[in-house]
Ligand binder design. Structure first.
Ligand SMILES: NC(=O)c1ccc[n+]([C@@H]2O[C@H](COP(=O)([O-])OP(=O)(O)OC[C@H]3O[C@@H](n4cnc5c(N)ncnc54)[C@H](OP(=O)(O)O)[C@@H]3O)[C@@H](O)[C@H]2O)c1
Length: 256
């Protein structure tokens, strides 16, 4: 349960090795969060982040195995974390793969794998988390969507479509949870300099994991249902979403 001042005291990260998630946890620990559970497909890779969070003041840091692409395991993993650590204030769905559109064009099975991780994995883990948050009567599921889901671009439409599906799922789940005490916050970053994008040139309005983390924490404080990061992407995409297709194609092509 959040403390008397509303500070988050416990967080579970699904996709515990994410740079954006690590930066978010560091901020939360700096603001009195004491329990952090990092869930990832290679738990041994999460040790450095776990050590950093302990040094920053977290007293209960755990690392557990979690594969977003194995939906049939999600209920068990989520239940075990909640059973072992008690109430969880924030669950951050941070896993995701960007992939490469040209590679997906050549290998449809790889595209389906990315869709399974980004979308199917979020549906199964999100529903398992929602059930526990509903039962405890509080808590926020934070879902890492993307502006790529606002309007699919030809050069990464597989990734964009997974984020569109994920975003719609998260919005619907948030509405379904209304009145339960639990909530969903959808985060829509633009281009963020992280491990996911290290092979790419900066996109427009490129930002950092630390800046997105600050937007996430600010969103949690004000009880936001949607966070754009940076915030100016909201009016930009209000326009881009409605551009006529031929104009959108030209605009999107200048981004590639
Ligand atoms: N960076 C951006 O520009 C950007 C923009 C908008 C939205 N986002 C979204 O923000 C979230 C965090 O991304 P990030 O930028 O922090 O990238 P990141 O550092 O590459 O983090 C992505 C994480 O997803 C994990 N992951 C991938 N497949 C998984 C699976 N099957 N099971 C469990 N974990 C898995 C990766 O774990 P491994 O270490 O095991 O690979 C990695 O820790 C993602 O959902 C991403 O789509 C990122």
């Amino acid at each position: 349960m959040r403390d008397a001042l509303g500070a988050v005291q416990s967080v579970l990260v699904l996709g515990g090795g994410s740079d954006i998630a690590a930066a978010t946890c560091e901020l939360l620990v700096g603001e009195r969060c004491r329990t952090v559970v990092l869930a990832g497909r290679s738990p041994e890779k999460l040790t450095p982040v776990a050590d950093r969070l302990r040094s920053a003041g977290a007293t209960d840091v755990d690392v557990v195995a979690f594969d977003a692409a194995a939906p049939d395991t999600h209920r068990t993993v989520v239940d075990e974390v909640f059973d072992q650590h008690g109430d969880i204030d924030v669950v951050l769905v941070a896993f995701g793969v960007l992939g490469d559109q040209a590679m997906f064009d050549d290998d449809p099975a790889a595209a389906a794998e990315a869709a399974t991780t980004n979308y199917v994995g979020a549906v199964s883990s999100g529903l398992a988390v929602a059930e526990r948050l509903r039962r405890q009567g509080h808590g926020t599921l934070v879902v890492m969507s993307s502006v790529a889901g606002e309007r699919a671009r030809a050069d990464n439409f597989v990734y964009g479509s997974t984020k569109a599906g994920l975003d719609a799922f998260a919005q619907g789940l948030g509405d379904a949870l209304a009145g339960s005490g639990a909530s969903v916050m959808v985060v829509r970053p633009g281009f963020v300099r992280t491990a996911m994008t290290e092979h790419m040139d900066d996109g427009p309005m490129a930002t950092t994991a630390e800046a997105v983390a600050a937007d996430i924490v600010a969103g949690l404080k004000r009880g936001a249902h949607t966070v754009w990061s940076p915030a100016k992407l909201r009016p930009v995409f209000a326009v881009l979403r409605h551009l006529p297709r031929p104009i959108w194609r030209r605009v999107a092509a200048t981004r590639s």
